[in-house]
Design a protein. Structure first.
Length: 314
């Protein structure tokens, strides 16, 4: 192995070390979020059970005195109340107020560790000869460092590429899973005057075409010419778990139909999007078909490439 390859492999190992640290931090966040819910549920169950038990014992109805003849009646009542209140508390955690409380606590925990997660983002992508080989690094290290099958990084990458196969569609399920988490996408393009432009748009997924998103726009906006006559890059805002989809390997065309043809998709996937629109608006609203050929899928700890059709192997 050449000195350059040795240095490159050492850098890859450093990258994997930082990725593992990010994984540890992410696991810690998930554990703390789960613990908050468990402790809150437990404390609520015990407190409500004790309060109900006290009300029962010191009730003006003198229930405790009437049931003294039964063996261990207080224990039986307490256990029964505990089971009932545990069930009620678990149901309450799914209600609006409790859900908002847990969301606030989860947000506090994420903010506490956000510095560590964001600091490690620079290690997610790993470029070699103009190509992001971040998703391949674990396999590269396996072949070079563990199995000692290859003596160069280039030979290892070539072997991995041949193993994958050009027509294999990789990562489609993961792409669909990430896409289900959002309905917002940031479109970046170059306008006709040469200035960069970015905008946030709502989109819907097409059930039988996993790599096609639909977006709607008013018919008299300059956005139509900009989108159809320019190269476009996309980026979805991060979710609570840091999941994002980004790509510059996309194509966008104006659909041969209008919004009225896909109202069901927009009504189901983007709540309130159609509110206030008249039938005339639906009949004239322009629809764009955004086809994503390949995309980078990132979370706080994972970085992978989804190849969604044959044009993704460019």
């Amino acid at each position: 192995m050449t000195p350059y390859d040795e240095q490159l492999v050492a850098h890859m190992k450093l990258r994997e070390h930082h990725m593992k640290r990010r994984q540890v931090t992410t696991n810690k966040i998930f554990r703390l979020q789960k613990r908050v819910k468990q402790v809150t549920t437990l404390v609520g169950t015990l407190a409500s059970t004790v309060i109900l038990m006290a009300i029962l014992i010191y009730s003006p109805l003198d229930v405790d005195h009437r049931l003294q003849g039964l063996p261990r009646v207080d224990v039986l009542i307490f256990v029964g109340l505990l089971i009932i209140m545990s069930f009620i508390m678990h149901k309450l955690t799914e209600c609006g107020t409790m859900k908002r409380f847990f969301k606030r606590q989860s947000a506090k925990i994420r903010r506490r560790y956000s510095g560590e997660l964001h600091a490690g983002r620079r290690w997610i992508q790993f470029y070699y000869k103009g190509r992001d080989i971040g998703p391949l690094i674990p396999r590269i290290l396996y072949y070079i460092d563990s199995e000692h099958e290859f003596e160069s990084v280039d030979a290892t990458i070539e072997h991995i590429d041949q193993t994958v196969g050009r027509l294999q569609k990789a990562g489609v399920e993961k792409f669909q899973r990430y896409a289900r988490l959002t309905n917002q996408v940031i479109l970046s393009l170059i306008r006709s005057d040469g200035k960069p432009s970015s905008g946030l748009m709502r989109f819907v997924k097409v059930p039988d075409r996993p790599n096609v998103w639909l977006m709607a726009s008013a018919p008299d906006t300059p956005k139509i010419a900009e989108l159809t006559n320019s190269a476009v890059a996309i980026f979805t805002p991060p979710t609570r778990d840091g999941a994002t989809i980004s790509s510059n390997n996309v194509s966008i065309v104006q659909a041969p139909y209008h919004l009225e043809a896909v109202t069901d998709l927009f009504r189901d996937q983007v709540h309130g999007y159609l509110d206030g629109m008249s039938e005339e608006d639906l009949a004239t609203e322009i629809v764009f078909e955004l086809t994503i050929h390949s995309a980078k899928l990132d979370t706080w700890t994972d970085h992978s490439l989804a190849v969604l059709d044959e044009k993704g192997y460019l």
